[in-house]
Design a protein around this ligand. Structure first.
Ligand code: ARG
Length: 388
């Protein structure tokens, strides 16, 4: 394999003079080729290698032909479906902020690059939702579309945040701007309240974005009412959706940036219990929780926030479990992360991670990741935000 890389490095000069067009990633022809070589190199290096070095060489020649072909496609190449799937798995494995990477091999890929209308994109996204939701036995899925299709939502399923005249927000305050945007595009919510599922906002090329309401059917949008085994939380009326599907990050590899590659895993309890429902700029539920627990909220010293936080998280885990929706607690996730790091080291790969994201937002020091140093080097393939 080393030979493959060295040989290709030498040929590079000769080739890159013939590729003059910048690709969609703003890379020079040389950078583009370096990334392609790196990617193919990885594909033969992995234990479940997609290519032998010989096959990688042949594939490289093919890609070069595609890159130098005249016409509007010059400077671009089209990964095969197998390459795309592998890129997704590696991107997950390289996601420094993700504590759930032990399962990186299990990612399913839906290749949707041929889709050319927002109606078809909507259908494909519904399929993503139902396949991934799987009635609670959640599967990790990525759907990749061409860059002609844009998803404006930050996640496929999120709750609206409606701005009130007095400046307060009903619902998820983090989604207030997006909610406003959907309303301006003509969205007419069928219900009101704190947990109104936002519609998808999809766009083709430079056309006007189109609003698509998600079905109420739990096969597509599964939701869990939050109850506590001992504390009566029914009056709170809290719930959360089963599936976190990130839709505002790019899949980046081989000199390509796929802007529309929504992907999901399953939730770790604290994401919902310690952040979405607890953050003051989200649902801000610690005070009501503490009050129902009859804690003294007049001084920090009573640790009312901490105690309310623990019970809120217990409620979230309990409710997902009762409903048969896959969710991991932060202790288990943290142990699994350590196993992942172990396996990576054994496979002779540097483990990279971002400490401030990997350490769970509650009981950090009880989790082994808290006591580990992390190297936050970014490796490709990866999922990157638009600006990165
Ligand atoms: N923390 C984000 C949320 O609430 C989801 C991020 C991805 N999480 C995951 N378990 N894959 O909704």
């Amino acid at each position: 394999m080393r030979n493959f890389t060295r040989e290709k490095e030498q040929e590079k000069d000769q080739i890159y003079s013939s590729v003059s067009v910048l690709n969609n990633n703003g890379l020079s022809a040389e950078e583009l080729q370096t990334e392609i070589i790196q990617f193919l190199h990885q594909l033969c290096e992995e234990p479940a290698a997609l290519y032998t070095p010989k096959e990688a060489r042949a594939r490289y020649e093919e890609i070069l032909k595609e890159l130098t072909a005249s016409g509007e496609k010059a400077g671009a190449w089209t990964p095969t479906k197998a390459e795309l799937s592998e890129a997704g798995r590696l991107a997950w494995r390289n996601s420094n902020r993700c504590i759930g990477r032990l399962h990186w091999r299990s990612l399913h890929t839906f290749d949707r690059r041929r889709i050319e209308t927002t109606d078809d994109a909507y259908e494909a996204l519904l399929e993503h939702l139902s396949f991934a939701t799987n009635r609670g036995r959640i599967r990790s899925v990525m759907s990749v579309f061409s860059n002609r299709i844009r998803i404006h939502n930050p996640q496929l399923i999120r709750y609206a945040g409606f701005r009130n005249p007095d400046g307060s927000v009903t619902g998820d305050a983090m989604l207030a701007d997006f909610t406003q945007y959907a309303l301006e595009l003509g969205w007419r919510p069928k219900t009101t309240g704190r947990f109104v599922v936002l519609p998808l906002v999809l766009q083709l090329d430079d056309d006007t974005p189109v609003v698509y309401e998600l079905p109420e059917d739990p096969a597509y949008v599964l939701q869990v009412d939050i109850r506590h085994p001992e504390i009566d939380m029914e009056p709170f009326g809290l719930k959360w959706h089963a599936l976190p599907v990130i839709s505002n990050m790019d899949l980046v590899f081989g000199g390509i940036r796929y802007h529309t590659a929504p992907f999901n895993g399953y939730y770790m309890g604290t994401e919902v219990g310690a952040r979405n429902l607890a953050d003051t700029f989200r649902y801000n539920q610690l005070k009501p929780m503490a009050e129902i627990m009859k804690l003294d909220t007049s001084k920090h010293f009573s640790l009312w926030k901490d105690r309310a936080l623990v019970e809120l998280n217990a409620a979230v885990l309990h409710s997902f479990k009762e409903k048969g929706v896959k969710m991991v607690d932060h202790h288990t996730a943290s142990e699994q992360y350590m196993t992942f790091a172990e396996l990576e080291k054994k496979a002779d790969r540097e483990v990279t991670g971002e400490w401030s994201w990997l350490v769970p937002p509650v009981s950090g020091s009880t989790c082994p990741v808290f006591h580990e140093e992390q190297d936050n080097t970014m490796k490709l393939p990866n999922f990157l935000s638009r600006e990165e």
